[in-house]
Design a protein around this ligand. Sequence first.
Ligand code: SF4
Length: 333
Amino acid sequence: MSRPKQRLLPFFLPMLGCPHRCVFCDQRAISGKASAPTAEEVRRALDGFPPDMEAELAYYGGSFTCLPRSRQEAWLSLAAPYIEGGVIGGVRVSTRPDAVDDGVCAFLREHGVTTVELGVQSFDDEVLRQSDRGCTGESAIAACAAVRRAGLRLGVQLMTGLPGDRPELALSSMKQALECGAELLRIYPTLVIEGTELERLYAAGKYAPQSLTEAVSLCADMVELAEAAGVPVQRLGLNPGPELERSLIAGPYHPAFGGLVREEVCFRKAAALLEACGAAEKPCRLLCAGNDLARLVGQKRAGLERLTARFPGVTVAVDPALAPGQMRAESAD
Ligand code: SF4
């Protein structure tokens, strides 16, 4: 069963609080926001937000808990009347793992925070060092534990293709995130953005980005691990937008990156079912839920073409009895 999507009202605080700049990062290009919103803009958005106690106001794009407490309070207090009034359920913040401990989590909780997303990116110390993150895998594990101890929902953001990264390291970071109790995940393949240190490394031949095919395949592996653990991957790839496309130098960018990964996961499931059904030797029918048909057929019918190339006699049909995500294969005889 797919879970209902939790609604978010996101605001970007581009690199607010960040003690330095990580090699790959330019939040202004990534978010398309040159500056933080005003208090009035946040209030106006909350005023127009249809009440939903599952929803959260979210502050992304910076290191929230590195800001002075007075500024954190100012941002969080904007949400307080709307939490009390039943418009939203709480606040979500994203921050660096080394800026989170028990005291920080207690403060966040007292001020209406319900979810903390940690920009872990990798649990591998060498990858973190080469990415100039200024923190370690151990600090990320400790931060995850603090968030969980405080009873806050834990989100973990991971990246693939960072300097020094390899597919097996990214996969072990995903396993570690799940072991740490991540309740939601985001995965971002590394892009080379103009003006970053990574652009200089790339220009000097010291960094090679993943290809789109490599990134899709690795992210599909990571999604499979998360799905097996029942943890939702809420985002795959950066939000597409004109600012990001203008600043993009290289890397596995696709405006529908998440869709490509979900299609890859769907293709793999379908191929495994057809294989087990003997579809390489005889005509078989693959049945899926109505919602999944587009994903199975794929962008520009690429998924269907791959399936029919491997299983020439296959036909695909919808079975209304199947729940989203379920598929089955049967002999067409
Ligand atoms: S990756 Fe996170 S900590 Fe590093 S500069 Fe960007 S927003 Fe700040």
